[in-house]
Design a protein around this ligand. Structure first.
Ligand SMILES: Cc1ncc(COP(=O)(O)O)c(C=O)c1O
Length: 415
């Protein structure tokens, strides 16, 4: 029997402790392991190379992503940096054009100066992908849903276009926005999955971690080599914390997604909000692809107002949403990507990619959805009263909150 992702994350692979079966994975807080002799290294010799706590985490990550080999890193960026090691000077990386700011930075400020060509391409446009492929392309880097505009890339389609043209080109999918609970890119043809485990996998905002998962033995051997050579693996304490957080992945994501859907609908009908970006809304251009390739749209919702000043005021007036750069925690957070997570992208590139400066990104937590909607409502009202004549937003919030209750959204998730 192959358990569902919620069952797997809740039952980590068994530990390497001899003669006992602890229910929680022990923390092997040791740098070295005593060897039988000078020439017999045994299963473990040095924690940079392998550590039993990390191995439990890595096997669990692999199972969750439906992969054979998993690797845990000190951060999502350390995982991405490892993938970039597969590309040599003179070769090309094709990357999506709406990427997390840190990924954009490592490509422009580290990969390009090393002589690697980086092409930012709209990966929702098959024609553009085909036109960008040539024999120098070694890596295609996908994020979907994109962060923060929530554009949906058809993973299966991009993998088949790329592999048909260049069979040994690596397609890596950054699956951070959804987690393996909602989307499993390896089953859609990807070669490597990237996770910033700092987000949904951890779920509590108390660990910075990253992961790579693959089914391909040669890629796995090379990743293991780089992880050991560069010393960027996750430490045992953080492995433990991540394993603990992952036990509730399914229940957290179910609740957060139900809350996010209700909030997206509320914002979508709010007269003061210009555009809502959430792939769970039937009006979203990627809705159909998202339904085909993932089990849900996740719990990140972004939206535009009319002005940066209004957006700033909304974010600063929120009481239950804290202003935080990250996402994926059990508590709700809000950010202005242009000023925060994506500020490292030069303004001219942000303008070219139509990343609106008034864009607000919400990461929806597990709080009571009616409280979250009421909080958004009061923040929008306050922002508006600073700028324009007031709209009766509290009435709108009340009517939406009652619709949410009528539809019994929460009881179907929690009950
Ligand atoms: C989509 C995505 N990928 C990668 C990263 C980097 O992960 P970390 O912050 O764990 O290094 C982030 C961080 O926000 C992200 O949003």
């Amino acid at each position: 029997m192959t358990p569902a992702p919620a069952s797997m994350s809740n039952h980590p692979c068994s530990s390497a402790v001899p003669n006992c079966q602890p229910t929680a994975t022990p923390i092997f807080q040791t740098a070295t392991f005593v060897q039988d002799s000078a020439s017999a290294f045994g299963q473990y010799d040095y924690s940079r190379t392998a550590n039993p706590t990390r191995e439990v985490l890595e096997s669990t990550l692999a199972q969750l992503e439906n992969g054979r080999f998993g690797f845990a890193f000190a951060s999502g960026m350390a995982a991405i940096a490892t993938v970039l090691r597969f590309v040599k000077p003179g070769q090309t990386i094709i990357a999506g054009d709406d990427l997390y700011g840190g990924t954009n930075r490592i490509l422009i400020d580290i990969a390009e100066p090393m002589g690697i060509r980086v092409l930012f391409v709209d990966l929702t446009n098959t024609e553009e992908i085909r036109n960008s492929l040539d024999d120098t392309v070694q890596l295609v880097l996908i994020e979907t849903p994109t962060n923060p505009l929530q554009r949906i890339v058809d993973i299966e389609q991009v993998c088949s276009i790329v592999h048909e043209r260049i069979s040994d080109c690596i397609v890596a999918v950054d699956n951070t926005m959804l987690s393996p609970y909602l989307q499993q890119p390896l089953t859609l043809g990807a070669d490597i999955v990237i996770q910033s485990a700092t987000k949904w996998l951890c779920g509590h905002g108390d660990v910075t971690a990253g992961a790579l998962i693959t089914n391909e033995e040669l890629l796995a051997e090379r990743i293991a080599f780089i992880q050991n050579a560069e010393g960027n693996a996750l430490g045992p304490q953080d492995c433990f914390l991540l394993l603990r957080g992952m036990k509730t992945l399914g229940i957290r994501v179910d609740r957060q997604e139900a809350n996010a859907r209700a909030i997206a609908e509320f914002l979508d009908h709010h007269p003061a909000i210009r555009q809502v970006h959430y792939a769970g809304l039937p009006t979203h251009p990627g809705f159909e692809i998202q339904n085909r390739q993932a089990r849900g749209a996740g719990a990140v919702v972004s939206f535009e107002t009319h002005s940066r000043a209004v957006s700033e005021s909304i974010v600063e007036s929120l009481q239950l949403f804290s202003i935080t750069v990250s996402f994926g925690s059990v508590h709700s957070t809000a950010s202005l990507p242009c000023a925060m997570s994506h500020a490292s992208i030069p303004k001219e590139i942000r303008d070219k990619r139509a990343l609106p400066s008034d864009l607000i990104r919400l990461s929806v937590g597990i709080e009571d959805v009616n409280d979250l909607i009421a909080d958004l409502s009061q923040a929008i009202q306050r922002a508006q009263s600073d700028q324009e004549p007031t709209i009766e937003t509290s009435e709108i919030a009340q009517s939406w909150a009652s619709k949410v209750i009528e539809r019994d959204t929460l009881s179907s998730v929690v009950g």
